[in-house]
Design a binder for this molecule. Structure first.
Ligand SMILES: [Zn+2]
Length: 425
């Protein structure tokens, strides 16, 4: 039997060395050694072969808009939101689409092949929704894009947001979003969580809310989100993004809160790059880290994925579509330093985030979509440490990106001719 593609000799995330054979867009065999013919062979020997990176929290309608019409001077979330408000009326369908597609090229080159993007619905034209639905279709052969209807200016605070959220869902947006901490009052925030969860339950959709993205320890909308998940039987389909206020909450309250989140099977998506950049801006010293309680949630059995959130937009002036940057920052900020914790950080930008997104076709298993990445690293922890080069990226059976080794040639007397910073001693 001849295959279309064989990825040979790679080390899988569990440490096994295997060949992966691909027919069409499917994984056809994973065995220690496959001798069959193939139209193309990718040599992965000595390198890590992983399922692709997954970004469970992104804003593709805003990406690559850095500096338009101006730069965020204070560096805060709130100035970012008002700056985005200035940019929104200037958006065109073509420009949003072009920037999104350019970003997706970056993503492919970095082995990032599944993205959940929020799309702002607080523009009565719903132009960004239309543009990203078109992008979703166009990139479907290589990236799985999931869209979240996101009422950025508040479901109730913005006069047409509620109606626009429904319109966006009718147009085919996949997930129900929200931003309870941005409503006018705590009570409105609570009410928005209830209504949005009811909409999701009625339509059989998942929920992913920006939730408590603030340093205010009294911002406790995650409690309502867990409650509504439980009440409406949405277990396993609801996610709270950011949850930064939990960093500042009273410990006794958190000891009650975490079991409620676990019981409702609500997942969490911290966004380490953005949280560490935007939060704590009102503090003098000591400054809070502004990231939620990752280790404590994991210890309670709560599923956690790391998101990138932003790339060159009103909120963040950096970003490179590199989920290993995200894992690296998350590992440091959450002090995930044991071998098991470091390994978990890799899972949080691959398998854990795929599970949050409900990607059933994801993973290095027989019959699943043939999407993978060959990383210049020996194992997942080394991949995070080095933010390893993506030597080859395969998307749904096709090699879509390749690059040479990042090893440097050395000119030092008596020392090796090249160095790649892999730990082999
Ligand atoms: Zn966000």
């Amino acid at each position: 039997m001849a295959f279309d593609l064989i990825v040979k000799g790679g080390t899988l995330p569990d440490g096994a060395v295997a060949d992966i054979a691909i027919s069409g867009d499917r994984i056809a065999a994973i065995e220690p050694s496959i001798e069959a013919e193939a139209a193309r062979v990718v040599d992965a020997s000595g390198n890590l072969v992983s399922p692709p990176f997954v970004d469970p929290h992104f804003h593709m309608d805003a990406t690559l808009s850095y500096g338009i019409p101006r730069i965020n001077a204070s560096g805060t979330l709130l100035e970012g939101i008002s700056l985005w408000g200035e940019l929104k009326p200037l958006l065109t369908h073509e420009a949003v689409k072009e920037r999104a597609l350019a970003y997706c090229d970056w993503a492919v080159s970095m082995g990032l092949l599944a993205i959940r993007s929020h799309v702002d619905v607080c523009d009565d034209r719903l132009l960004a929704v239309e543009a990203l639905l078109a992008v979703k279709k166009e990139i479907e052969p290589y990236i799985d894009l999931q869209l979240v209807a996101f009422p950025q200016d508040g479901l109730y605070r913005s006069p047409t947001a509620r109606e626009n959220t429904i319109r966006a869902l009718d147009m085919g947006v996949d997930v129900v979003g929200g931003i309870p901490h941005f409503e006018r009052t705590m009570a409105d925030g609570t009410r928005s969580v209830t209504e949005l969860c009811e909409i999701a339950a009625e339509r059989g959709l998942m929920v992913d809310m920006h939730c408590d993205e603030t340093d205010d320890p009294m911002s406790r909308h995650i409690e309502q989100l867990a409650y509504e998940t439980q009440r409406l039987g949405l277990h396993g389909r609801v996610n709270g993004s950011h949850l930064t206020s939990m960093h500042s909450m009273d410990n006794y309250y958190v000891s009650k809160l975490l079991p409620l989140i676990a019981e409702a099977e609500v997942s969490a998506i911290p966004n380490p790059l953005i949280n560490i950049m935007l939060q704590g801006r009102h503090d003098t010293f000591p400054k809070r880290r502004g990231m939620t309680r990752v280790k404590e949630m994991l210890a309670m059995g709560i599923r956690v994925g790391f998101g990138q959130d932003c790339c060159l937009d009103p909120w963040y002036s950096l970003g490179a579509a590199d989920m290993l940057d995200v894992a690296h920052m998350g590992l440091h900020v959450a002090q995930m330093s044991s071998p098991a914790e470091m390994r978990k950080c890799f899972d949080m930008v691959t398998t854990e985030s795929a599970a949050i997104m409900g990607l059933e076709d994801y993973g290095l298993e027989l019959g699943k979509a043939a999407s993978l990445v060959v990383l210049e690293a020996g194992d997942p922890i080394e991949a995070v440490r080095l933010r390893a080069a993506r030597l080859a990226v395969v998307a749904k059976g096709k090699v879509v990106a390749e690059r040479p080794s990042s090893a440097a040639q050395l000119s030092l007397p008596g020392r090796p001719a090249s160095v790649d910073r892999r730990h082999r001693i």
